[in-house]
Design a protein around this ligand. Structure first.
Ligand code: HEM
Length: 285
């Protein structure tokens, strides 16, 4: 039955009678998604209008980081099971998540230095540097640094999970195992065994990748996997760069709330590669 108040109005959508409207005993959209908890977690500490943007961008980034970690853990499982098809799928998804995250800097760039300074002091020493989701992702990809665990000591659950991720083989360590299984590593004793250490470029791994790239048809799966890893690093570096650049735009060369030198510290992260041999090999082709 059409609405009696809007009988002839075409610019009106009738609510179909089959649509569910009683959620007294039924699970609703908000129930399923826990929206009551999520949407009540934006609690600005100042009365400044722009603090809401600052909180929202961080919270939404944390959700995407969490999903990216979930997907990368799956990619690691897939590689362990030599299921390359599924690994390709989730790795591509992670690339798109990072592109999405990089886009969000454009929204944050509308925050001017003056706007930010009005509430910056309320943040105390809190900083994205303490982001568990981000650190887990860096560890999963292979940027290991035990010193970065320290800021998580006050949260034992998070600390345990991050320590386990630090000590476990990263996505790249798993891929290197595949190179060894396929007998592409001449001397596997040269491979690292302590996965918690920062990854160092390795001659044996470089030679294995060179063999893959020089015979791409023969090793097509590995070749495709390598290019997917390059896609992730590319997307990840774009995020790192846009973060650094947005920070420079907003706070110049001020120190960070987390205590670092700020932009200078963030710039150094741009030199860290997850898959150094994959970039090095290009020079030798
Ligand atoms: C006004 C906006 C922002 C400013 C001024 C800013 C500033 C900084 C600074 C200076 C650092 C270095 C650590 C420190 O001393 O605090 C840092 C680290 C970090 N920030 Fe931001 N940030 C902003 C927004 C964001 C957003 C939206 C995210 C999203 C999650 C984020 C995530 C991170 C992460 C993950 C790190 C650690 C990076 C690393 O270890 O290399 N930041 N931020």
């Amino acid at each position: 039955m059409s609405c009696p108040h809007q009988p002839k109005n075409k610019n009106y959508r009738e609510v179909e009678s089959s649509i569910h409207t009683d959620f007294k005993d039924d699970m609703s959209y908000g129930d399923y998604l826990g929206l009551e908890q999520i949407l009540s977690a934006q609690n600005p500490l100042s009365d400044q209008h722009d603090e809401m943007l600052f909180i929202t961008i961080h919270q939404s980034s944390e959700l995407w980081l969490k999903l990216a970690g979930h997907e990368l853990s799956e990619a690691i499982n897939n590689i362990q099971e030599a299921d390359f098809g599924h690994a390709f799928k989730v790795i591509s998804r992670v690339k798109h998540i990072f592109n999405q995250l990089t886009q969000s800097w454009n929204i944050l760039s509308t925050l001017t230095p003056v706007d930010y300074l009005k509430f910056r002091d309320t943040l105390g020493h809190s900083s994205g540097f303490q982001s568990f989701g981000y650190r887990k992702l860096e560890f999963l990809l292979g940027n290991k640094n035990a010193k970065l665990l320290e800021v998580h000591k006050s949260n034992p659950v998070v600390y345990r999970e991050l320590t386990a991720t630090l000590e476990a083989p990263s996505l790249y360590d798993e891929v290197i195992k595949v190179l060894a299984d396929k007998k592409l590593i001449e001397d596997p004793t040269q491979l690292r065994t302590d996965f918690s250490l920062p990854y160092q470029q390795n001659e044996a791994v470089l030679n294995a990748w060179l063999a893959v790239y020089k015979n791409a048809d023969e090793h097509f799966e590995l070749y495709e996997l390598a290019e997917k890893l390059i896609d992730i690093e590319d997307a990840f570096q774009q995020w790192r760069f846009k973060h650094m650049y947005t920070v420079q735009r907003i706070i110049g060369n001020k120190m960070g709330t987390g205590g670092s030198s700020g932009v200078g510290f963030l710039k150094k992260a741009l030199d860290i590669s997850f898959f150094p041999e994959l970039f090095e090999l290009r020079t030798h082709l």
